[in-house]
Design a binder for this molecule. Structure first.
Ligand code: SF4
Length: 490
């Protein structure tokens, strides 16, 4: 590894004064050339098993081929909705869980292929802070013992020395040296997170992975802990991987940020630029949900329709295509975009077998009742149909009514702006009313196919150190000479 690993002992490292404070607010432009951490194609899949023999019948693809670099002294954020895989990414890159595939290089050394000694060094130099400070301590150990525990594990036998180091660190995180003999239950949540920081720093690491480090704390305390982390990061010259679902916090603390969706990184770039001009539709949707104090900008959040798909069965092509408000339209049609999104929502429900004649008509009838409209019953059972003398015309009228009611129930426009597209949709709705949901799904799939469901988008360089994986960027906006800096591996 590096010269730092030539240090004589853990004890000496822990007693070292911290590196000189970093005062330059380092940006991507002046960061060091060599990354401290390189993550390449990292995957973590969990098998789904069945039966006594635990036969594997599927896989939860929690992390599915992510790549990124973290440079010395920088704060690299990973954001995304809950369940996107960001916490699994943290535990896997630290080796707390064995990766399914991919590489983690720390200071140029492949951690998974490293010798026992090198792995021990890695565990010393890369530490983690957990979300819940309450559960991360042994209640039977004093705070001083907890903070000093890593020193003992790494071979420091001198108890008094461990105690002195713990006292020193407690003071540096804003507590008192006298707190060393107290127990975790005597501290508030914010104080416990300070103690967690002291414990993470006791081995003088180079990298800290902080998984939602302030989300369990009161808002008033969050700012204090973030300020403390920033000060300690400068004092100790630390690189930090900061994992959070809170974009406001990420914007405040991170130099660069990666946005994760369903186990993949969809965009990565310098925080300020990415927040000012997000390139990926998912990033745009996430950013639009940040609360703003400006009343003129309120209520402009982008609505994401549909549920987050299961990581055990991710959608084909772009994984975001089942919810993307900007999904690419099919060739030969010109939809109003919201109408197009709604058609795709109907398609998704048909594909999942959630729409058949009975359920669609029930939903339509319930919707009509709720909105005071005419009930749709389909077939020949409609009120108007029963009163009509011409049975065929009555059936047609009733089917038309049922189709209209289904449109309302599924938030589809009364008519799509593109007449030809509307004719296809009407035909598909007619098939549903006739009880042929499979035919409706096939018709819509044939006519309204989008590259977003067929092809996986590759990361496209937007500018130096900034890339996004979206077909909207394919070939059109790649900056000259800019290479993708991250993305899924082949
Ligand atoms: S590839 Fe298509 S579905 Fe995916 S984010 Fe881009 S526009 Fe949306």
């Amino acid at each position: 590894m590096t010269d730092r690993d030539d240090d004589p002992s853990v004890a000496d490292r822990a007693d070292e004064p911290p590196a000189t404070a970093r005062s330059d607010g380092r940006s991507t432009a002046d960061r060091p050339d060599d990354p401290l951490l390189c993550v390449r194609g990292l995957k973590k899949h969990y098998p789904i098993t069945e039966g006594v023999l635990r036969r594997e019948v599927g896989r939860v693809r929690a992390v599915d081929g992510i790549s990124f670099d973290v440079y010395p002294g920088e704060t690299f954020g990973i954001v995304g909705e809950s369940g996107c895989g960001k916490s699994t990414a943290a535990t896997t890159l630290l080796g707390l869980e064995a990766p399914t595939d991919g590489e983690v290089l720390f200071d140029g050394v492949d951690v998974s292929a490293a010798s026992k000694t090198e792995r021990k060094r890695f565990r010393r130099r890369a530490q983690m802070i957990f979300q819940d400070p309450t559960t991360s301590f042994d209640p039977r150990m004093s705070v001083g013992e907890s903070v000093a525990e890593p020193l003992r594990i790494h071979g420091m036998r001198d108890r008094d020395r461990r105690r002195r180091i713990a006292q020193n660190l407690l003071e540096r995180v804003g507590l008192s040296a006298d707190d060393v003999d107290r127990y975790p239950h005597e501290f508030s949540g914010g104080q416990k997170q300070r103690i967690g920081l002291a414990r993470a720093l006791v081995l003088n690491p180079d990298l800290i992975v902080a998984d939602e480090p302030v989300s369990a704390l009161d808002v008033s305390i969050q700012a204090e802990i973030l300020a403390l982390m920033r000060r300690l990061q400068e004092e100790f010259d630390l690189a930090v991987v900061f994992i959070s679902h809170n974009l406001g916090v990420v914007r405040e603390v991170c130099d660069r940020v990666a946005v994760m969706y369903l186990g993949e990184i969809v965009e990565v770039g310098p925080t300020e630029r990415l927040f000012a001009d997000p390139q990926h539709p998912y990033t745009r949707a996430l950013l639009s949900s940040i609360p703003t104090p400006d009343p003129r900008k309120r209520g402009r959040g982008i609505e994401l329709t549909g549920d987050v798909p299961s990581p055990s069965d991710p959608p084909s092509g772009c994984r975001f295509h089942t919810r993307c408000p900007e999904i690419v339209q099919p060739d030969g049609y010109e939809f109003e975009q919201t109408g197009w999104r709604r058609v795709m929502d109907l398609r998704a429900k048909l594909n999942r077998g959630e729409v058949d004649r009975e359920s669609a008509l029930e939903l339509a009838a319930a919707h009509s009742a709720a909105t005071g409209g005419a009930a749709a019953t389909g077939g020949t059972g409609g009120t108007d149909a029963g009163a009509a003398s011409d049975g065929t015309r009555a059936t047609e009228a009733s089917t038309r009514e049922a189709r209209a009611a289904i449109r309302r129930a599924f938030d589809l426009p009364a008519a799509l702006t593109d007449e030809r597209a509307d004719a296809v949709l009407s035909e598909a709705l007619g098939l549903i009313v006739d009880g042929d949901s499979g035919g409706a799904a096939a018709l819509l799939a044939d006519e309204f196919s989008t590259p977003c469901e067929r092809r996986e988008p590759r990361p496209t360089g937007v500018a130096d150190g900034w890339s996004a994986a979206c077909h909207l960027l394919d070939g059109s906006r790649r900056a000259e000479g800019a290479e993708p800096v991250t993305g899924r591996e082949d």
